[in-house]
Every structure is written in C-alpha cells, then in structure tokens.
Design a protein around this ligand. Structure first.
Ligand code: BGC
Length: 262
C-alpha cells in the first residue's frame, strides 16, 4: 500500500512482463488498460542448467529484443515462493535459486529495476483483473494445473501472495503429486480418473477457503470441457481466459502497481 496516498503516482499505460518457466522464458510489453500484449511476445528456451546467472542472461536477451524505455515497469514471474524479491523455493528450476534475490540478480543483468512474483500469483492477478473474474468482487481462487499446482487468491482485487495450496496434504500425499496435470500425464490417467482426484482436491480447498469462484488455468485448461463438467463443487469453477498470456500480463500489471505504490 502507498504510505502517502496524497502523492500517489498515475498508473502507467504500459509495463513489461517476463514469465520464467521450466521450459521457456517469455516476455512482452503489456497494454495495461486492456490486459493484452502491445507487441508480439518473444520466447527463448530455458537453459538446461537453469542457474540464476544463466537465466538472467536469457532474460536480458528477451528484453533487449524490445526498445524499452527505462521508466517502463518490469515484472518477472518465477515458479517458486517469492518473498520480497527472494526465491524461497524452486519448482522446475535449479535449486541454487533458493535464497537468491531475483530482483537483485535481474536488476544487475538488465541494468534496470525489476519486481519479482510467484508465477501463479501473477496469473491469478491477471485473471482477476482482466480475465475470467474481471469485474467480480469477493474471493477468487485461481489454480494453475501444470507440472505442479500453482494457486493464487484475490480478494476484492487484492492479491494474497504465496498461497502454495498445491502442497496441502491430501490423503497422506502432497496434493500436486496426485492432482497436477503432471500426475495425469505421468500416471496416464483418463479424464474421468483425473477428475476424481480434482474433485477431492478442490473439495478440500473449498471446505477450507469458501471461495466465491474458482478459476482453472495452466496449459490443460484448453481441454476444460473434458474435466470441468465432471466436477461438483459449491462454487462455480470456470476455465481461465488469458491462457498462456496470464503470467506475462500479471507480472506487468503487478510491476505497474508496485511502481505506483512506491
Ligand atoms: C510451486 C509454486 C508454483 C507452482 C506452479 C509449485 O510446485 O511450489 O510456487 O507456483 O508449482 O509453478
């Protein structure tokens, strides 16, 4: 929150988002009024050895593809708990990230200020502001079903960061090890078999959090018609709308918000 609302800066119209994932590093400028890319996205494969230095080199390459003025806010998403810029875990990236200040490493590589966020938080914020929950109030729970399970909660437009509900223990197991899209793939589950696991997972989440709506993102959400109708929950459960743009759009929007509140 701004310490001094009287001097709050105006909202920038464009910010830049970078999405660091296990397989690709993607970036694009984002039109913040529309929540859409204002130029085509650039993607470079994540290096096999995904140490902070190697990843920072690629991020610098992605951003140098654009002629980006220094005052444009830059947000970066990372598949880990990100507390005040520091990675506290590392999912699908090198474990040397743990304890690394992402904002410092990237700031040095890019020669500009950057702000870092958990990947699901960025996607969730984007869905709440521009996507499936646009215009809604109350409690929105966003889950991204991929190799792991990312989760985000947005309450009346305010993000509750680093929820990590993909790791709640269900029936003695880490939830993401049994209900992620990765588990579906690994165990070659049918949509019906997987839906039973999702039913159990979302049922527990719903009993604990009582969200007003649940949004399901991640690459598999393009197949939502195969599994969402099989789920029976109290809250409406709907597919994400921004698909694979959500991370970039959310990172940009969160960076702009951070800049405005500074
Ligand atoms: C991590 C989260 C991340 C999610 C999606 C989980 O394994 O713990 O921090 O958001 O995967 O990448």
């Amino acid at each position: 929150m701004s310490q001094n609302p009287g001097t709050k800066k105006s909202t920038p119209s464009v910010a830049f988002g970078i999405d660091i994932g296990g397989s690709g590093i993607k970036g694009a400028p984002v039109d913040l009024a529309r929540g859409e890319f204002s130029a085509d996205r650039v993607r470079i494969a994540t290096p096999d050895v995904s140490t902070p230095e190697n990843v920072a080199d690629i991020v610098a390459k992605v951003i140098s593809s654009f002629d980006l003025p220094l005052d444009v806010p830059v947000g970066i998403t990372f598949p880990a708990v990100v507390q005040h810029g520091v990675a506290r875990s590392a999912a699908n990236v090198d474990s040397s990230w743990i304890g690394t200040n992402i904002e410092t490493v990237m700031g040095k590589a890019l020669g500009r200020k950057v702000v870092a966020f958990n990947d699901a938080d960025a996607a969730g914020f984007a869905e709440a502001r521009y996507g499936a929950a646009r215009g809604s109030t109350g409690v929105t729970l966003v889950t991204t079903l991929g190799t792991g399970i990312g989760t985000a909660m947005v309450v009346d437009g305010v993000l509750v960061p680093n929820l990590e509900l993909g790791h709640i223990e269900i029936d003695g197991r880490d939830a993401e090890s049994m209900a992620s899209d990765g588990a579906r793939d690994r165990e070659d589950l049918s949509w019906e078999e997987w839906a039973q696991r999702l039913q159990r997972y979302y049922g527990v989440l719903e009993d604990l959090l009582w969200p007003d709506r649940i949004i399901v993102g991640g690459g598999v959400s393009k197949n939502h018609a195969k599994f969402l109708p099989l789920l029976h929950l109290r809250a409406p459960i709907v597919p994400a709308q921004l698909r694979n743009a959500a991370g970039i759009v959310g990172a940009a929007a969160l960076a702009a918000r951070a800049e405005q509140n500074r």
